[in-house]
Design a protein around this ligand. Structure first.
Ligand code: AMP
Ligand code: MG
Length: 414
C-alpha cells in the first residue's frame, strides 16, 4: 500500500518548525524598503507639534465673525503675516486676524482659520464672507501621532508609508531582519547554462534564474551555484558549497528515478530528513531536510513545479526567517469567479496559474486559459496574478467562486 502523502498544510507546518529567525542588522532608512522591522517604532513627540493651519487664510476668533455671510461681511483687522516656517509674534485679539499660510502655527488667541477664498480685500483690513464652523481649518496638535505611541509594530514590512513615517520621526537608521543568503543549485546531466550552446538531448537550466528571482522577490539574497551533474561526487561538492548559505534550494534529482543521488549524498552528510513528497500538483516530489541545522529544500526539476513549490514552502520559510509574523507567511488569498469550468481529478491539491481581472459586475474573475497548465509549460507562469487552489476532486463550473492565492501583489517585483 502506498503511504499517504502529506497535505500542503502539514508539509508547511513541518518545514516551518525547522526555520529559525535570522539575526538583525541596522540599515539606513533608504535601504529599509521591503525589509522587516525588528523593533517597534515609537512616536518621539506629538505631531503636529502645535495646532497649525490647513489652509492659506486668516486665523481669528470665530465668535467675532460668526454672523458673517456673503451679503453681511464682517471686517477684521490684519495684525501680522505668518508664513510657513515662522511663528506668529502677536496674540490675536477681538476683531483681529493674522494672515496665515498652510502649515504655519495658529497664533495664540485664534481658534479658526477662514480660507482666503471666503474673504475680500487686502492689506490690513479684510472682510470675512463666510463664518464656517468654529475650529475650522485648524489641524490640531497630536492629530497625526501622540508622543510614546507605537506607530509601527515590529515584524511590519517597510513600505513607502512606513519609510515616510520613520522619516517624519527622524529615524535615520532602522533595525531590520537580515536578508538570508539562499544557495540555488540545479542538478541534472541534461542541463546547460543559459550562455552555453545546446547539445543533443540538452535543455537550458532555467530553474536557477527563476528560483533566484523568486528568492530576491521575497527578500533573500540568492547565491547561484554551477549546475551539478547526476553523480554523487558532483552533488556532494555542490551541496558542500551550498551549505555556506543560510538556506539551500536545489532543483531536480528528487523524483523517484534519481531521488537517491541527492538523498544518499545528504544522508552521508548527516542530513535529518523532515519530509518527502506532498499531495500537490504540480510539485509532488518535494524533499526537505536540515543539514547541520541548515534548511535544505530539494525542489522538483519541472520548471513550474519548482516555482510553485518555492511559493508554497520556501517563501514562507524565508518570511519566517526574516521576521514576518506567523499570520503572514503564506500567500495572501482572495476569491474569484472562474471563467471556465475546471475539474481537479485525483487526490492532490492543484494550483492553476491565473490571470485576474474585474468582470462587468466588478467581481474578480480568474482566467486560467492563457497557456496549457502542464508542469513543463514554463510560459504558463507569464503574467500570473494568482494561483487558483483546487482541492482533490473539486469540480468548478464557469462562474463559480474559487480560492485564489495572490502572487503579483504579494512580493516586490513578481
Ligand atoms: P527531475 O526532477 O530531475 O526528474 O526533472 C524533471 C524535469 O524537469 C525534467 O524534464 C528535467 O529536464 C527538467 N528540469 C530539471 N532541472 C531543470 C532546470 N534546472 N531547468 C529547467 N528544467 C529542468
Ligand atoms: Mg534530473
Amino acid at each position: 500500500m502506498s503511504e499517504r502523502l502529506l497535505t500542503v498544510e502539514e508539509a508547511q507546518a513541518a518545514v516551518l518548525e525547522h526555520i529559525p529567525e535570522i539575526g538583525v542588522e541596522r540599515v539606513s532608512l533608504a535601504e529599509a524598503l521591503g525589509r522587516v522591522l525588528a523593533e517597534h517604532v515609537l512616536a518621539p513627540r506629538d505631531n503636529p507639534p502645535w495646532d497649525n493651519s490647513a489652509m492659506d487664510g486668516f486665523a481669528l476668533r470665530h465668535a467675532d465673525i460668526q454672523a458673517a455671510a456673503p451679503d453681511r461681511p464682517v471686517a477684521v483687522e490684519v495684525i501680522e503675516d505668518i508664513p510657513a516656517g515662522r511663528v506668529g509674534e502677536k496674540v490675536v485679539g477681538p476683531g483681529q486676524a493674522a494672515r496665515i499660510m498652510t502649515g504655519a502655527p495658529v497664533p495664540e488667541g485664534a481658534d479658526t482659520v477662514i480660507p482666503v477664498e471666503d474673504s475680500r480685500g487686502a492689506g490690513d483690513r479684510v472682510e470675512i464672507l463666510d463664518a464656517g464652523r468654529p475650529g475650522a481649518n485648524v489641524r490640531c496638535c497630536g492629530e497625526d501621532m501622540r508622543e510614546g505611541e507605537i506607530l509601527i509594530e515590529a515584524r511590519t514590512e517597510c513600505g513607502p508609508g512606513e519609510i515616510g513615517v520613520m522619516a517624519s520621526v527622524q529615524q535615520t537608521y532602522v533595525p531590520v531582519y537580515r536578508r538570508p543568503t539562499v544557495a540555488v543549485l540545479s542538478t541534472g546531466d541534461e542541463l546547460v547554462e543559459i550562455d552555453q550552446p545546446l547539445g543533443p538531448g540538452k535543455i537550458v537550466n532555467s530553474n536557477s534564474a527563476g528560483l533566484a528571482a523568486l528568492a530576491s522577490a521575497c527578500g533573500a539574497v540568492p547565491v547561484v551555484l554551477p549546475v551539478a551533474l547526476d553523480e554523487e561526487d558532483s552533488i556532494r561538492s555542490s551541496v558542500e558549497a551550498a551549505l555556506r548559505s543560510d538556506l539551500v534550494i536545489s532543483s531536480g534529482g528528487v523524483s523517484v528515478g534519481d531521488y537517491d543521488y541527492v538523498k544518499r549524498v545528504l544522508d552521508d552528510m548527516g542530513a535529518q530528513e523532515v519530509l518527502w513528497r506532498v499531495a500537490m500538483k504540480p510539485g509532488k516530489p518535494l524533499y526537505f531536510a536540515t543539514v547541520g541545522g541548515t534548511p535544505y529544500f530539494g525542489l522538483p526539476g519541472n520548471p513550474v513545479s519548482s516555482m510553485l513549490s518555492f511559493l508554497q514552502f520556501v517563501r514562507p520559510a524565508i518570511r519566517k526567517a526574516t521576521g514576518h509574523s506567523s499570520r503572514r507567511l503564506t500567500l495572501p488569498e482572495t476569491r474569484a469567479r472562474m471563467l471556465h469550468e475546471v475539474y481537479n481529478r485525483g487526490d492532490r491539491r492543484r494550483y492553476l496559474r491565473a490571470h485576474l481581472r474585474l468582470d462587468g459586475d466588478g467581481c474578480l474573475q480568474a482566467d486560467t486559459s492563457h497557456r496549457d497548465q502542464g508542469s513543463h509549460v514554463l510560459t504558463s507562469m507569464l503574467g500570473v496574478d494568482g494561483l487558483v487552489v483546487l482541492n482533490p476532486e473539486e469540480r468548478v463550473a464557469a462562474g463559480d467562486t474559487v480560492r485564489v492565492q495572490l502572487v503579483r501583489y504579494a512580493d516586490a517585483g513578481f
